[in-house]
Design a protein around this ligand. Structure first.
Ligand SMILES: Nc1ncnc2c1ncn2[C@@H]1O[C@H](COP(=O)(O)OP(=O)(O)OP(=O)(O)O)[C@@H](O)[C@H]1O
Length: 261
């Protein structure tokens, strides 16, 4: 397999403007299969905008996008999910009054044949599929370490466990790429260690991960490659060691006008 075949996400020339703000300016990244790829930058650098663009929440002004070698147009969230990108959000978005298990099952439904109509009419095909979905969802809860909370409502789980539940739900869609938006936000040191182990395990199991994270130590310890954004521009790309010693990066993080993280 050539390096090219191994590229999961290929984005080039992505730009997005909001009124007077150029939130993203000609950003391009290539993520290889099995990598954890980090996206970092000071507040307002454009990280979330980039996530929103590649996942269909925002329509980009320019850019070309391909996933697993197939071009895609990120225009609708459900199309992007079907194409194979699953994401979590900075502010957790679970179905708070559904159980942990049900939350993961919802993620799985986008890959099933019976779909919503089958669920409404409870066809035989649906019932069989439903049992398989449930079994897979339980496996995933176990995988992220929260199987014991399967029947708990999502809102009753601790913050760290809710984040892990979001990851289980993302995995349930069998994504080509998992995009994690600040998964460690609000976590304590112990929870961060557990999260790091989980992300490592997901990578070792052959998945590909794009990560926005403010915790620089976590990013540098976990990521294979990193892109640094600043005012919408890509100011550095490389291994964590290369990026950390880059003058522009040091300036962006330490220079005036930015809050350090
Ligand atoms: N929907 C929007 N409408 C107008 N401006 C927006 C919108 N979304 C983002 N922006 C602007 O685009 C710029 C980039 O914001 P973005 O949220 O992508 O940055 P970020 O790197 O994710 O920041 P943070 O680390 O604070 O989450 C900011 O100036 C922001 O105010």
């Amino acid at each position: 397999m050539s390096t090219h075949d191994n590229i999961v996400l290929n984005v080039s020339g992505a730009s997005k403007r909001f009124g007077g703000v150029q939130a993203l300016s000609d950003v391009g990244i290539q993520i290889q299969r099995g990598q954890v790829y980090g996206l970092i930058g000071p507040n307002g650098a454009g990280k979330t905008t980039f996530f929103n663009v590649i996942t269909g929440l925002y329509t980009p002004d320019t850019g070309s996008f391909s996933l697993g070698g197939t071009p895609y147009t990120p225009q609708a969230v459900h199309q992007v999910a079907k194409a194979g990108i699953a994401r979590t959000f900075q502010n957790i978005r679970l179905f708070a009054d559904m159980t942990a298990l049900e939350n993961v099952m919802v993620g799985r439904h986008i890959r099933t044949r019976s779909g919503l109509l089958g669920a409404v009419f409870r066809t035989p095909g649906f019932n069989k599929e439903e049992a398989a979905i449930k079994a897979r969802a339980l496996e995933l809860l176990d995988y992220v370490g929260i199987a014991k909370y399967a029947e708990f409502k999502a809102r009753t789980l601790s913050y760290g466990d809710q984040r892990r539940l979001e990851i289980a739900r993302a995995l349930a869609t069998d994504p080509q790429l998992i995009a994690l938006d600040e998964p460690a936000a609000g976590m304590n040191a112990t929870e961060k260690v557990v999260l790091r182990e989980l992300i490592d395990r997901i990578r070792n199991d052959g998945r590909t991960i794009l990560l926005i994270e403010h915790d620089v130590k976590l990013v540098m310890g976990l990521c294979d490659r990193v892109t640094v954004l600043d005012y919408g521009k890509q100011i550095a790309e490389g291994t964590p060691a290369e990026v950390q010693s880059n003058e522009k990066v040091i300036e962006a993080y330490l220079g005036a006008g930015h809050k350090p993280h």
